[in-house]
Design a protein around this ligand. Sequence first.
Ligand code: NAD
Ligand code: AKB
Length: 312
Amino acid sequence: MLQEKILVTGAGGQIGTVLCDELRKIYGEENVIGSDIKAQVNSSGPFVILDILNTQRMCEIIDDHGINQIYHLAAILSASGEWMPLKTWNVNLNSLLDIFEIAREKNIKKIFYPSTIAVFGKSTPQKDTPQYTSLEPTTAYGMSKLSGELWSQYYFNRYGMDIRSVRYPGIISYQSLPGGGTTDYAVEIFHEALKNGQYTCFLKEDTYLPMVYMPDAIQGTLQLMEAPSDKLSVRTSYNLSSMSFSPSELANEIKKNIPNFTIKYEPDFRQQIAESWSQSILDDVARKDWNWSPKYDLESMTKDMIFQLKKN
Ligand code: NAD
Ligand code: AKB
């Protein structure tokens, strides 16, 4: 059997730090190479510095380590992306096309490409958004991710490349901090609740967004990557759903565990981004094709977040 040798880009980020640990448990520490533009302190295994736009360096790393799978996480997220739209397009989309071309040449057998609920826009039905729907994103991040989805499908159809993707909702994690997104409030709120007993939220209290807890997001990613190729009917990106809540609902849930917690609302430019996205998602196709089935809801996620953060 061919030994898996996996390169993870953006490995120092919110998802990458956790995903690398999980991949190493499955494939062995030395078989998962983390990479990022910035040094990663506390990497649990091999790590290299890689600016994703440096294709020559990427080829060297792939050759040196005999890489045959890539998880391409490096990106600029929705809020940061609005400060540098053209750079966001370059980092998010051009790096993906570089990876596809390198992978084609070097026979990389599988690629994971994370997409996002940011591909939805004002013309998308906001509640129970179906898999196949109108996609008119308004952010540079959303446009780059949607284009990436279409290119993934193109490389699959044209060259038979096995590229797999999910549209992650906002991810909530205790292990790592988020990096410049619109859903970041749902992680920050826990840290502030435990540290200061209060939080100032940059979204309005009734802004509903789809969210998922990190253990479910990682489990789903691994499940998708292990699924038989012929079961996968979606080669753009799968809708993934778990929970949907507003800041005030999350605050009320936190109050059940930290009774003195208070929240106030000072919406900023991220409010407009959030309002352009879906509030809840239908993920029936992911459930049918590769058995996606998240375990956590708002209540169990909140309890576990507080428990884990206190423990650490
Ligand atoms: P993050 O911002 O925490 O991490 C991204 C990482 O990419 C950072 O460590 C950053 O240093 C790195 N990076 C940026 N530019 C780079 C470059 N030029 N070269 C190499 N590395 C570079 O993001 P995340 O939350 O871990 O997200 C990972 C992926 O998942 C992204 O593609 C994102 O679009 C997607 N996603 C995340 C969420 C979420 O809620 N976290 C939701 C939907 C989709
Ligand atoms: C963001 O808010 O930009 C990300 C995402 C949902 O893609 N968390």
